[in-house]
Design a binder for this molecule. Structure first.
Ligand SMILES: [Zn+2]
Length: 242
């Protein structure tokens, strides 16, 4: 089950993806239940970043009607591996800091990636890693790591509290894509908080989630538009777009 607050946030994100469709070269359809797992895994792994490998379902294409509606003027065909196919599954394959998260330890590569040892090996089509309490904007290490990716690279940025050892870090330039901050209800005013942060929802880990950011990009630097889809394959909020 996908949490109601997350469905609202995904509707808002998809609406923005639709209005910004001309800024993207391609699209990628990610099921909401998998996206919810990614958010939970990210918070369960704090303070580390995690690296997640994702595979496409070769038997499940994007719904053509949706693909056509979200196709922008700068659309590029055959840009990346797995283009046009829905993401099927996700696996956590590493955790570490912003540099080491991209470099799989040898015991992983020995057991799982025999004969394919590399900075990330070649088992998965797409990769996603997390930015705990930092915006979803690629670092230099991120763009370097993306050069080995067959499909696309995604970054999941989360702003949450309690912050633990990771105060929100905001000193980064780049295009941001947030989920549903306009739907967030203001938290109760406290005499002790410096400013009120909206709360999107509360995770099973107990963290209040203030912002979720998600971007996807091809190793060439072109942006990829992520659509968060429900079990039927249509994006959350599709009826509002039509
Ligand atoms: Zn990163």
């Amino acid at each position: 089950m996908v949490e109601a607050w997350l469905i609202e946030a995904m509707r808002s994100y998809n609406a923005e993806s639709y209005s910004m469709r001309d800024a993207y070269a391609a699209q990628l359809h990610l099921p909401g239940p998998i996206f919810q797992d990614l958010v939970i895994w990210a918070l369960q792994s704090l303070p580390d970043e995690i690296l997640i490998g994702l595979d496409a379902d070769s038997e499940r294409k994007h719904i053509q009607e949706v693909e056509a509606a979200f196709e922008g003027q700068e659309h590029v065909s055959n840009l990346f591996g797995g283009q046009g196919y829905v993401i099927k599954e996700a696996h956590v394959v590493n955790r570490g800091d912003s540099y080491s998260v991209h470099h799989l330890p040898e015991e992983w590569t020995d057991d799982l990636f025999s004969g394919q040892r590399g900075s990330r090996a070649g088992r998965f089509i797409h990769w996603l890693h997390t930015h705990p309490n930092a915006p979803a904007i690629p670092s230099r290490a991120d763009t370097d790591a993306a050069q080995d990716t067959t499909g696309v690279d995604m970054i999941l940025g989360l702003r949450f509290s309690p912050e633990g050892p990771l105060p929100w870090f905001d000193d980064v330039d780049g295009t941001r894509r947030s989920l549903g901050t306009e739907h967030a209800t203001k938290s109760k005013r406290s005499w002790f908080s410096r400013k009120e942060l909206p709360v999107l929802g509360v995770a099973p880990t107990g963290h209040s989630i203030h912002d979720i950011q998600l971007i996807a990009f091809h190793k060439s630097g072109l942006g990829v538009n992520v659509l968060l889809i429900d079990e039927s394959g249509y994006p959350y909020g599709w009826d509002d777009l039509a």
